[in-house]
Design a protein around this ligand. Sequence first.
Ligand code: GAF
Length: 386
Amino acid sequence: MNVAGLAAHFEELVGGRPRIFRAPGRVNLIGEHTDYNDGYVMPAAIGFSAYVALGPRPDRKLLIRSEEFARQFEFDLDRLPQQRTGEWCDYVLGVAVVLQRQGLNLAGANLLIDGEIPIGAGLSSSAAIEVASALALMSRSEGHLPLPEIAKLCQTAENTFVGARVGIMDQFVSCLGKARHALLLDCRTLAFELAPIPAGIQLVVCNTMVKHDLATGTYNTRRAECEEAVRYFAKWNPAVRALRDVSVDLLKRHAADLPPTILKRCSHVIHENQRTLDAARAFTQGDLAKMGELMRESHQSLRDLYQVSCRELDVMVEAAAGLPGYIGGRMTGGGFGGCTVNLVRHEHAADFATRISERFRQATGIEPQIYICSAEDGARELSPSF
Ligand code: GAF
């Protein structure tokens, strides 16, 4: 449904012209599973978005509907559930709860949510719904928060309410992404730089159609493994607060003493941080060969050391090799399914999409979806100009 269609449907269901808020999904070019280790990431916001249409209510109720799910939810703003319901509305409700906990006085509203980001594809449909909901709900309060604070608040909602211990990357780039740029983010300080995507390069996102679900165990297990490593290194150097503080040298010195699994996890994170900084430099200098090499190394490390890839993601990465215009690619996002991201020269992008689909289909029997994307702007209110 397009934005005008969403507004028309809102008018039909609820009456009155809504305000509409949009927040994009993202693709991460490099820097995977580094955000919750206080490290570096380099995502870009993409053209798939979540939309929230909002209209005021005279009472203190929050009515939440979706274009995708039949069930609708009604809550009393003075008695919002303080624990997740296990339903799709948790992403919106969690944001409302955290806004209230931060002292914002919310007012009654009807919300209609629409999303075009494939769910469970690792393109951050949840973060986009959270960010669009935060903008919408804040528009019914007197408070105003800057975008980095909104990103943090949405992350808190996902951590404490939904129960997925995600880092800050997805919410941050959904808020602050910029058209034609990737965003190099220091996840400790939230300082960021925009890295222009070289002219003539297209982001081709290939969906394996294998769904992943962050709230289920393995993601949180990886976080716990990183925390175990931090506890170990902090015994030797109390300045170590996160894997970000562990140098390659320190890692080498203690490699023999670490349990093998923990060694693999920290090797990935520590080298991935360096790769991300190197990639940002390569990108800015237009050194695409270097960028491609770093993306390939990142994938291998995620596959062999962090162990968050899966057969279909590996097949999709291998299927890109040697195709005309291909610069580099890797799995993107949390893993265990979802998408790969590929840098492809613009003039070859359509052909790349056709040929990688064929190769993937032959190897797996699965019909993939391929999205030829560009980097887009972060979240904002669309109305009244939509
Ligand atoms: C998911 C999480 F939401 C992010 O915070 C990040 O950890 C990513 O997985 C892995 O890099 O998208």
